[in-house]
Design a protein. Structure first.
Length: 201
């Protein structure tokens, strides 16, 4: 949860020389992100179960665990996304009662959380890699989304004329690209291998 707050604040500091960004807008969006991010931690909660069954060579249970993670994670993030989109004023009001910041903050919040459901794919893929001991893929996809995609886009998009919107747009772009890449790689490597082993048993 904390790394999300740190990275967006870091990025916002880097683009201050490009365009002025209201710090309160960034802070409020991060506060809401911290609340919603807890909803996406369920894949990591079940990681020990998947890891135990993988070590015990109960591959059918491992497959069930991965599918369960994906479905539950997608459900949580979809609900969180819909709540932010449908009731943006309520969530923003938890962290600020500044009327002048309301419209600007709500717009930034909707952009920042667009495609939030794709986070479930990122977590499902990453937690599976960690559960089966595939540290290389787990580290790679963690760095891919937050370092390779978010940081460059946060610096680049404002230069392309998107201004402040570009800073917040970097997050959903990274969610979509990183989430799909992580999950598809997991399905084509770990999941496929487990499926083949399960068929042999």
């Amino acid at each position: 949860m904390r790394r999300f707050i740190i990275i967006i604040l870091y990025c916002s500091e880097k683009v201050k020389f490009l365009i002025p960004i209201p710090e309160t807008t960034v802070d409020k969006s991060n506060g809401i992100n911290a609340v919603c991010h807890r909803w996406t931690s369920s894949p990591y909660d079940t990681q020990p179960v998947i890891s135990y069954n993988y070590g015990a060579k109960q591959y059918e249970r491992v497959r069930s665990g991965i599918n369960f993670n994906t479905i539950i994670g997608a459900g949580y993030t979809l609900i969180a996304w819909l709540l932010v989109i449908i009731f943006p004023q309520f969530w923003f009001g938890i962290f600020s009662d500044d009327v002048q910041m309301l419209s600007q903050g709500i717009e930034a919040m909707k952009i920042y959380f667009f495609g939030f459901v794709f986070m479930s794919l990122q977590f499902a893929g990453q937690s599976t890699f960690q559960a089966v001991g595939d540290a290389k893929h787990a580290i790679f996809f963690s760095l891919l989304r937050k370092v390779v995609i978010v940081v460059p886009l946060t610096l680049l998009l404002p230069r392309l004329g998107l201004g402040v919107i570009g800073v917040f747009a970097a997050e959903p772009v990274s969610n979509i690209i990183g989430g799909i890449a992580s999950y598809l790689t997991m399905r084509m490597t770990v999941y496929k291998k487990i499926k083949n082993k399960s068929a042999v048993q």
